[in-house]
Design a protein around this ligand. Structure first.
Ligand SMILES: Cc1cc2nc3c(=O)[nH]c(=O)nc-3n(C[C@H](O)[C@H](O)[C@H](O)COP(=O)(O)O)c2cc1C
Length: 408
């Protein structure tokens, strides 16, 4: 019999993140799935993000008591139940109704932080009030610094623990596969309009009752009556700031009282510079392969960057994490925790909050199993001795994923 994923809708039947991805692909229209899935240009970095995990092979210890394995980690003195969190992704409401809240609630239930995107579809105050838990706020420092100043003040008033400043978007990444679905900005072409009609579950969840979701955090900076998604998208494209520099980070440090994290760092010298500018943490990231195509994977830079940082700087990483094994490898190379991007988006797109929770449960169980099989009962004891580094394999999981794509 041909191998295939579960064909139904019950997210509890999903055994892996890839299986949730297949469910998501069936539930949401092509344009929304492509928005999540795609990378910049020829998607070299997107593929590298998955393939580079193969370059590190586990070296398990045997005859170790692994009756219970501890996977909690400490971030600035407070415990996270697992070595991962949900990272910032914009426009989540396009995947499921109030997807930001669903993701934040799932993160809280799993005992891990949630990072809300600046361009979320739910305002940050609602996420903090209705989902609670450890909420961090991501910021795109737009051209108009007043936008940043207001968001920083709102995040501080709401009690967000950390401000995550995204530094790798001096220009928009060129996501050609995403663009091809539109005939004009935010206007789908005929093929995609028809495809939307073929997804009635999504239409009834997202589109019919609520209309196209709006950018919840931008209402106070858009002109009155101009807060439709289309106007906001035009505003965003004008507001990307190519002149953003380290000087601005100094300014943000001065106005933000909480933990400051810089996202989009890729090399040791920038990691040290972040520390010198008062950052409490960094996210080693190539933005999920969505910005500079051809960039190295964050994972391939991890040992060097970890070696460059002071021990009290929180080192986070993202890009391509779909398995507990990937997460354990990153911790062994010195990351404190992993930020999840598409992994939890597949979950929420497949089944709302239940789907997001399923994604986190899958990863928690995988981390637990990997620690057990590795003979390492406490994640705090993991280090590079549990890994052998070699050349990345020629045929990585990306190929397997491509082969399984038909199974969705
Ligand atoms: C659909 C989507 C939207 C994203 N939106 C944002 C965003 O608003 N802010 C941000 O800093 N990063 C954003 N990112 C990048 C993610 O935070 C993260 O760096 C990336 O998804 C990690 O790679 P992965 O998806 O392979 O795990 C987005 C990524 C995706 C897939």
């Amino acid at each position: 019999m041909k191998r295939r994923f579960h064909r139904g809708r019950d997210v509890r039947r999903a055994c892996s993140i890839d299986e949730l991805r297949a469910m998501a692909r069936r539930r949401v229209p092509n344009f929304a799935f492509e928005y999540v899935e795609g990378g910049a240009e020829d998607e070299h970095s997107l593929r590298r993000n998955r393939e580079d995990f193969d370059g590190a092979a586990f070296l398990p210890r045997t005859l170790v008591d692994v009756g219970t394995c501890r996977q909690a980690v400490t971030l600035w003195g407070a415990e996270a139940a697992s070595p991962f969190m949900i990272g910032p992704t914009g426009f989540n409401g396009m995947l499921a109704h109030e997807a930001d809240l669903a993701l934040a609630r799932a993160a809280r239930a799993a005992g891990v932080p949630f990072v809300l995107s600046h361009v979320s579809t739910t305002p940050l105050e609602r996420v903090v009030a209705e989902a609670g838990g450890r909420v961090w706020m991501q910021l795109y420092p737009f051209r108009d610094r007043e936008v940043a100043r207001r968001l920083v003040a709102r995040a501080a008033a709401a009690g967000c623990e950390a401000l995550v400043v995204t530094t790798d978007c001096p220009r928009f990444g060129n996501r050609e596969w995403d663009k091809r679905n539109y005939r004009a900005p935010m206007k789908l072409d005929a093929r995609n309009m028809l495809d939307v009609l073929r997804h009635p579950r999504w239409v009834l969840d997202v589109l019919v009752p609520h209309g196209v979701p709006r950018f919840g955090n931008l209402d106070d900076v858009l002109p009155p009556g101009q807060n439709s998604a289309r106007n906001a998208a035009a505003f965003l494209s004008r507001q990307m700031d190519p002149s953003l520099s380290w000087r601005d980070i100094g300014w943000l440090r001065g106005i933000w009282p909480g933990r400051l994290v810089l996202k989009g760092i890729m090399v040791p010298e920038d990691a040290r510079r972040a520390e010198d500018h008062g950052a409490d943490g960094i996210v080693l990231s190539n933005h999920g392969g969505r910005q500079l195509d051809g960039a190295a994977s964050a994972f391939s830079m991890l040992p060097e960057v970890a070696a460059a940082l002071r021990p009290d700087t929180v080192l986070l990483i993202d890009g391509g994490f779909r398995r507990g094994a990937d997460i354990v490898k990153a911790v062994a190379f010195g990351a404190h925790a992993v930020m999840l991007g598409r992994a939890t988006l597949y979950g929420v797109a497949a089944g709302g909050q239940a789907g997001a929770e399923r994604a986190l449960t899958i990863l928690r169980e995988e981390v637990d199993r990997v620690l057990g099989l590795l003979g390492c009962p406490d994640i705090a004891a993991l280090d590079q001795r549990y890994l052998r580094r070699g050349a990345p394999a020629a045929s990585g999981p990306a190929k397997v994923q491509a082969a399984m794509a038909g199974a969705g």
